[in-house]
Design a protein around this ligand. Structure first.
Ligand SMILES: [Zn+2]
Length: 103
């Protein structure tokens, strides 16, 4: 009976050891996810507020067209400049964003 008891204890110890190794892997994986979450959270906040700025975008101030890229991505109004003689392309000198006017 002693042998059976020892055998079962050894079996339990082996299973426990396997589970402990799994727990270690999962702890490391979870730590990695926490790190990823910490990195993604501010990025998510920035992109969400950038997207929300669309509601306050003023495409033209006075007579001057304003760059949508600068407004959405940097919350900054930048005047766009007409390119060429056709007047059908506007470019932002700040970020290089181009907007063709559709006919
Ligand atoms: Zn721009």
């Amino acid at each position: 009976m002693v042998d059976l008891r020892e055998t079962l204890k050894a079996e339990a110890a082996e299973l426990a050891s396997t589970e402990e190794r799994k727990a270690g892997k999962l702890r490391r994986k979870l730590a990695g996810l926490d790190e990823t979450r910490a990195k993604l959270k501010p990025e998510l906040d920035n992109t969400a507020s950038a997207a929300a700025r669309v509601h306050r975008y003023q495409p033209v101030i006075g007579e001057t067209p304003q760059c949508p890229g600068c407004w959405i991505l940097r919350a900054k109004y930048s005047p766009m400049v007409g390119q060429g003689s056709g007047g059908d392309l506007f470019k932002c000198p700040e970020c290089g964003h181009e907007v063709p006017l559709k006919p």
